[in-house]
Design a protein around this ligand. Structure first.
Ligand code: AGP
Length: 609
């Protein structure tokens, strides 16, 4: 997720306005920043890696001439956070510049075609193909306007994008286009703006025009013109008056970043499904070659590893060992060797416990693989191969969207491994790949249809002293994650363990009204789990179930239940089944008067051991 902004001002320099607007978009990405303006027939660009304030200090982002320009604050997905990869990107002629938020899925083939036609690329980004594409279209059709050239180029892009394009040859216009990534226009007095999000221009104007998916818009001081990208048909759109306070606007109207990020998961999962095949294949090769595979992480990322161990075993018949990072050296430090593969999973890529384990394994020549959300983080630098999960910045301290994205990537790895090892047929592969692709819609349905009910559950149980979170099989990982969420943001002591363990001790805690949350997909564990529900029920527990929508048997046994659309394969079930648990923890925190975004005693990235 990145932030783009553009503006055309009647009597003002654009650069300082762009700089301030990018600061308001910093929550969308902050590993590099840049601006481009047009003045007297020339294009001016300033950009560098680093946070906005750091780059401004060294490069002075306000010092660019011209009343028209664009800017970008980056969250790297393709290409490390370096000056050369920062946006805006310009074409060979240095006349056109583009800022982009999204992922161009077909950038590799477009880049090859453009290079064959003589275009010279400077960066490792997917974005750069866009500006060379526009240049190429104009080279072949010099009579075309910038608007027409962007229209023709956008039709060739697969994936997601929200772009702002300027040209020294058309110094009075900014052309924008969007597919999936957000784009809004701000209508000011003697000024017009384009941005990823309303907060970028809300202090300057509360009049916005929302650009819909698949639309292009050309803006100038004369107004704006919206067209459908598919056929160029003109579109009319009313101005909306935004009544958010700026603080709310940064959260797009959500009361907390955590709730916004829970709701963002369908989009994040779609982005995570756009990973480059090459990295998934390469990583699965290293996993396949290893004598043993350790999955190392902390907290929520560890729960993703726990879920992944079931995926690798069930799909690829590969035993993998999920290990809590702070225990790894004690537990396995001496057994690691050149034949070991370490898959370290870390949203921040900076967790000290995880990095310490990775370093210890590196010293014993193990192969280090990384899965992270932060390109350019330490984990990406110490990994032989890493995958960026493309979830965008996660501002809430509690991991939500990054957890389901991690699981999605790990499921893709398990599928590739299964194919490589001949453990699944192509039909099974296609079936599971199709189910994975449908998960964003399923998550969307859960949030839309169950959120109100979950909020009521939080009101009902807000004074409960503790909870059990129980599951069997891969749902054990979901249970652990639901428990962590409730503990870390609602401060409710909770216990999670495999449901089969109840009779080996924990069940002694159960008394009348003791709330027990069961995660029960209709998988191979379903029947046995019903037995576990009965044993709790017999002791007076309040039974709360996360259950498939047609599971009447479990619903009858439940005091309360939350429904999940049916038909999700067991190996993918943690992704939809965790959503109600994230929402439950969030609303319990709100009901108990806590700020879910800033839980006490916690930091987003634990860089101390
Ligand atoms: C999750 O909600 C917590 N914030 C915490 O457990 C986190 O998952 C853990 O610290 C690991 O962080 P990482 O993924 O950045 O390595």
């Amino acid at each position: 997720m990145c932030g783009i902004f553009g503006c055309i001002l009647k009597d003002q320099n654009a650069a300082p306005v762009i700089h301030t607007a990018l600061k308001r978009l910093e929550y969308r990405g902050y590993d590099s920043v840049g601006e481009a303006t047009v003045h007297d027939g020339k294009l001016y660009i300033k950009k560098d890696q680093g946070k906005i304030d750091e780059v401004h200090l060294t490069r002075n982002l306000d010092d660019l001439p011209g009343n028209l320009g664009i800017g970008h604050t980056r969250w790297a997905t393709h290409g490390a956070p370096l000056e050369v990869n920062a946006h805006p990107h310009s074409d060979c002629s240095g006349q056109i510049a583009v800022a982009h938020n999204g992922i161009v899925e077909n950038f590799a083939e477009l880049k090859a075609e453009l290079e064959n036609r003589g275009h010279v690329f400077r960066s490792k980004t997917d974005t750069e193909v866009i500006v060379h594409l526009i240049e190429d279209v104009l080279k072949n059709n010099p009579a075309l306007s910038l608007t027409e050239a962007v229209l023709e180029s956008a039709r060739k892009l697969d994936g997601s994008y929200s772009i702002a394009v300027i040209s020294a040859k058309e110094p009075d216009k900014i052309v924008c286009a969007r597919k999936e990534s957000p784009l809004v226009i701000g209508i000011g007095e003697n000024a017009i703006y384009c941005a990823s999000d309303i907060p970028a221009f809300l202090p300057l104007t509360n009049k916005a025009v929302i650009v819909d998916d698949g639309e292009l818009v050309a803006i100038s001081l004369k107004g704006w013109e919206i067209r459908k990208i598919s056929d160029g048909a003109p579109v009319t759109r009313e101005i909306k008056v935004i009544d958010w306070a700026p603080e709310m606007a940064v959260k797009q109207g959500y009361p907390h970043f955590m709730l916004k990020e829970i709701h963002e998961q369908p989009t994040c999962l779609r982005n995570t499904l756009r990973l480059q095949e090459h990295y998934l294949d390469l990583m699965s090769t290293f996993l396949d070659r290893a004598r043993e595979v350790f999955l190392i992480a902390c907290g929520t990322s560890y729960h993703a590893c726990l879920g992944a161990s079931y995926m690798f075993s069930k799909l690829a018949f590969l035993a993998t060992y999920p290990v809590i990072a702070s225990e790894f050296i004690e537990q396995h430090g001496k057994s690691v060797s050149v034949d070991s593969a370490i898959l370290a999973v870390s949203q921040s890529g900076e967790t000290a416990d995880t990095l310490a384990s990775v370093n210890a394994a590196r010293q014993r020549a193990a192969t280090i693989l990384g899965l992270t959300n932060v390109i350019g983080s330490t984990l990406t630098r110490v990994s032989r191969v890493y995958i960026g999960q493309q979830s965008g910045p996660e501002i809430g301290v509690a991991a939500t969207k990054t957890f389901t994205s991690q699981l999605s990537v790990l499921a893709e790895l398990a599928l590739r491994l299964a194919k490589k090892r001949g453990k699944v047929s192509q039909d099974e592969m296609d079936y599971l790949a199709d189910k994975l692709k449908r998960l964003p819609d399923i998550v969307e349905t859960i949030i839309r249809t169950q959120e109100a009910k979950i909020r009521e559950l939080a009101k009902k149980y807000k004074d409960a002293k503790t909870f059990f979170f129980l599951g069997r099989g891969i749902s054990t990982a979901t249970a652990y994650e639901g428990r962590l969420k409730l503990m870390e943001i609602a401060y409710v002591p909770a216990i999670a363990f495999p449901a089969g363990e109840s009779k080996h001790g924990p069940i002694s805690l159960v008394e009348q009204g003791f709330p027990v949350i069961f995660i029960c997909p209709k998988d191979e564990t379903h029947k046995t789990l019903i037995g576990n529900i009965m044993e709790m029920k017999a002791r007076g527990a309040s039974i709360i179930t996360i259950v498939e929508e047609d599971d009447e048997e479990v619903k009858r046994l439940s005091d309360d239940y939350v429904e999940i659309p049916k038909g999700v394969p067991d190996v993918l079930s943690p992704i939809p089944f965790v959503i109600p648990l994230q929402l439950f923890a969030y609303y319990m925190a709100v009901e108990r008067g806590h700020n879910p975004d800033m839980p006490r005693n916690l930091a987003k990235s634990v860089t101390v051991k």
